[in-house]
Design a protein around this ligand. Structure first.
Ligand code: NAD
Length: 485
């Protein structure tokens, strides 16, 4: 007999406790071999003065059980509370966010009756690295970090997912026509990894038209992989057009720990009324059961849940004015149907895998292979200045003098647009100037030249706020040109 698997459970806030109780009742009746450990996270913990929303004991449980079933939580407004979801994902290295989006026509109204796509979103990097600065009174920035290993992990995960789940196509979304280095790297790695999966069809769409296609003809997509921010938006759109955000579950997968949840929030507007749809969390729990290698129980619950929808038993969000049941009645209807299969929907089957925890992992040998030698050469430096007094021409002439003898002032841009030399008077400018200095003799230069340049700039009473070194990697330019440069 399978041993009971310890899992960490948080009942969360708002409708969280109602939908978690309903879900756990179904798991128990279906014979899930789990040993729940309950932790408190969310509003209560935040308001007790813990700005991270999670206690040390809770971390201990998560790190030990390595499997987390989580109900939605409420993040209190203001007060510097950090998003607990982002904290958990990043602290535990949950790099892959997996969201299946399936429509359930004809029993759940949708404009896209044959939709069945899975969005796999990178979960740790991109603009969610959370590195933001105000640099001048007028300008703030957020760093978009895309890394080669981070991208390779998520792209490999998407292809492995497709292979294991018998999916035929993996699509990549980026905006690499604009962000040639960051999104360009994501696309490049996608193409490299795709070559190792010749049996899987691949394609790439620029995110804007790709997103429009998801909203219009989602049935043409199968598995879609993308960076964090695009994935955040695309997965909500995809979930909504299946008919309801209340139905979908999601998995957050890491090398060691995995978290499963509903995609919706804590719905404070209907909390305590006993009317919330527990389906999103039920679907999250089904993904968890597959992950912990209890595929028969997962299939039993999934089929009973489909049969319940087919039999017209719906919570208010789905029933849309027709007869509806409450949270617990819905769960009881699922329990009554355990062992039955749907007749209109295709019954679900999950395969036994050696260890689902293992299967979710990317082969460490692939990720830990020796890094290729890269020749990095310093080419120059972008010095960012705060300036409200000098015109672009005055600033340019002053910096031309400060550049010598080691550097040449190549260009000054404002918000990325060239303003010197030969800018246009029509160009709108702020107080934030990017001044590009190119080394005259890069072969024989190092950071000392930059330090001396900064000293000259400082002594001339110009206010530098940050620098960004310009490098070539294996002879290829590792920085973008200014618009108009
Ligand atoms: P929400 O998803 O909680 O609610 C949006 C709308 O959908 C509401 O009208 C709600 O009543 C309805 N709804 C949501 N889930 C439902 C369900 N299971 N059954 C029936 N109706 C349902 O989004 P929101 O109102 O933007 O956010 C509320 C709170 O949830 C916020 O504090 C937010 O930070 C938090 N939140 C948490 C998570 C999470 O923990 N994973 C995710 C998103 C939002």
């Amino acid at each position: 007999m399978t041993q009971k698997r310890a899992i960490t459970i948080a009942k969360g806030d708002g409708i969280g406790p109602e939908i978690m109780d309903a879900t756990l009742k179904i798991l128990e009746h279906a014979g899930a071999m789990i040993e729940p450990e309950f932790i408190d996270i969310g509003e209560k913990v935040y308001l007790s003065g813990n700005t991270s929303g999670i206690s040390e004991d809770a971390w201990e449980s998560l790190r030990r059980t390595k499997v987390f079933l989580k109900a939605p939580i409420t993040t209190p407004q203001g007060g510097g509370y950090k998003s607990l979801n982002v904290t958990i994902r990043k602290t535990l290295g949950l790099y892959a966010n997996v969201r299946p989006n399936v429509s359930y026509a004809p029993f759940v109204e949708t404009k896209h009756p044959s939709m069945d796509l899975v969005i796999i979103r990178e979960n740790e990097e991109d603009l969610y690295a959370g590195i933001e600065h105000q640099q001048t009174p007028e300008v703030v920035q957020c760093l978009k970090l895309i890394t080669r290993p981070g991208t390779e992990k998520i792209v490999r995960y998407a292809f492995e997912y497709a292979r294991k789940n018998n999916r035929k196509k993996v699509t990549c979304f980026t905006k690499d026509n604009i962000m040639k280095l960051t999104d360009g790297l994501f696309h490049k790695v996608f193409k490299e990894v795709a070559e190792e999966y010749p049996e899987i069809e691949t394609e790439h769409w620029i995110i804007d038209i790709g997103m429009a296609k998801i909203a219009d003809t989602p049935e043409v997509f199968d598995v879609v992989v993308m960076p964090n921010l695009y994935g955040d938006i695309a997965s909500d759109v995809a979930a909504q057009i299946t008919g309801s955000v209340g139905l979908a579950g999601s998995a957050n997968i890491g090398d060691q720990v995995a978290m499963f949840e509903a995609i919706h929030g804590s719905a404070p507007d209907i909390a305590g009324k006993g009317i919330a749809n527990p389906s999103g969390l039920i679907n999250g729990a089904i993904m968890m059961l597959v992950h912990i290698n209890q595929p028969e129980v997962a299939a039993r619950i999934h089929n009973a849940w489909l049969k319940t929808l087919e039999d017209g038993i719906h919570t208010g969000d789905i029933a849309k004015g027709g007869h509806s049941v409450g949270t617990i009645e819905f769960a009881e209807a699922v329990i009554e149907r355990l062992g039955k299969k749907p007749t209109t929907y295709t019954p679900v089957e999950y395969n036994q895998i050696e260890s689902a925890d293992e299967a979710a992992r990317i082969n460490p040998e692939v990720m830990n292979r020796p890094k290729p030698d890269v020749v990095r050469q310093l080419d120059g430096v972008d010095v960012f200045l705060f300036n409200n007094e000098l015109t672009p021409n005055e600033l340019g002439q002053k910096l031309e003098q400060l550049a010598g003898p080691t550097f040449k002032l190549a260009v000054i841009t404002n918000r990325g647009v060239k303003v010197y030399p030969q800018g246009f008077p029509e160009t709108f400018t702020t107080d934030h100037w990017r001044c590009r200095f190119e080394l005259k003799d890069p072969e024989n230069a190092n950071n000392n030249e930059i330090i001396e340049l900064l000293q000259r700039i400082d002594e001339a009473n110009l206010d530098f706020i940050k620098i960004e070194n310009l490098y070539k990697f294996n002879g290829e330019r590792g920085y973008s040109l200014g618009q108009g440069q």
